[in-house]
Design a protein around this ligand. Sequence first.
Ligand SMILES: NC(=O)c1ccc[n+]([C@@H]2O[C@H](COP(=O)([O-])OP(=O)(O)OC[C@H]3O[C@@H](n4cnc5c(N)ncnc54)[C@H](O)[C@@H]3O)[C@@H](O)[C@H]2O)c1
Ligand SMILES: [Zn+2]
Length: 376
Amino acid sequence: MAKHALVTGGAGLIGSHVTDLLVREGWKVRVLDNLEPNTHKRGKPDWINESAEFIEGDLRDRDTITAALDKVDIVFHEAAYGGYMPEVAKFVHVNSLGTAQMLEAIRENNLPIKKIIVASSQAVYSEGAGECPEHGLVFPSVRPIEQMRKGDWEVHCPICGAITKSVPTPESAPVSGETVYGLTKVDQERLVLLWGKQIGIPTVALRYSCTYGPRQSIFNPYTGVIAIFCTRLLNNLSPILYEDGEQTRDFSFVEDIARANLLAAETDKLDGFPVNAGSGRGTSIREIAQHISDVLKIDIAPEVNGEFRPGEMRHLTSDTTRIRAAGYEPRVDLAIGIGRYLDWIRTQRDVRDYFTEAAAILRDKGIVHKVQKTER
Ligand SMILES: NC(=O)c1ccc[n+]([C@@H]2O[C@H](COP(=O)([O-])OP(=O)(O)OC[C@H]3O[C@@H](n4cnc5c(N)ncnc54)[C@H](O)[C@@H]3O)[C@@H](O)[C@H]2O)c1
Ligand SMILES: [Zn+2]
């Protein structure tokens, strides 16, 4: 018999690709999405799979989520408020409280849910793992703001202070959440994993790396560096690099992340665990900007103006040993994936820059800071 899935946030980047994959695999899929205006400025997107049942509604509404969970076997919980938004309470409300209420609705109604897969994030780590010349593998804390103000972007060994080299971060690395968003991703994953154990429902928290691809919002200036750089360049504006642009991230093409979700649903090898879902490769933000401008043939150099975001990690590459052991293999490499994103963005009408205004708000609200001394 077909399995029934609920995909919360199924109008968004990852949720919509999870939906498509499940439909292709013969699942019956219900999508719950409130079409958050920051992400969906032009209303309901045309990519919501026609074979899926669509409920426009807010996860935080108790009756809505209870109805959405009816006859569902597996929940893919993708809905969240994300990125470097200036709000505080809304993150907690949507991500932490929304998740908690969903769990309560399941328990209070004794719903026969067989598994919950929650979208966690690499943002739960304090900083990527490092290798110290003397102390080997270390897990540095977030870089102090005083250090960043001086323009020292390096990650130092917590024991001797030497500069560390970035190495893949395993799931056992300390988890804290150094941004409001990160903190609520920690809440979400811990709530789901702990609660699942108590109640006896298998759960998996997928810690996605930076995920990109067609359908990534071209309106949301607070999230998705690839989308932001593309919209800037297409408007003949330079990509803005925070710090010195040499920070590195692990990028995943969205279809690979959808496959990670299907795998997590089908195997029991990941049950009860937080699981890195990434490529295992680090790429600098500067390289991303360069690559996009090369492919678009828009030769505008990135701008570095000494700005930084306190709480931001310097390097994060996922150690993907756990998910690979369960059978995951990313298939779409970065150059091909960016090419596919650019093909898609060219089909979108009226691609505007929303970043300039957002960046000013972030500066004003103290989310983006500037170095006080550039010489080192
Ligand atoms: N894209 C990434 O790089 C990345 C990385 C790590 C983790 N994640 C996580 O993956 C999940 C999906 O991210 P995405 O990139 O697809 O983001 P997205 O913004 O494209 O999709 C999220 C969807 O959730 C919906 N939503 C938001 N609040 C809601 C609410 N209260 N009720 C119902 N629906 C609501 C939005 O309308 C949107 O369609 C999120 O939980 C995010 O935190 C994303
Ligand atoms: Zn050391």
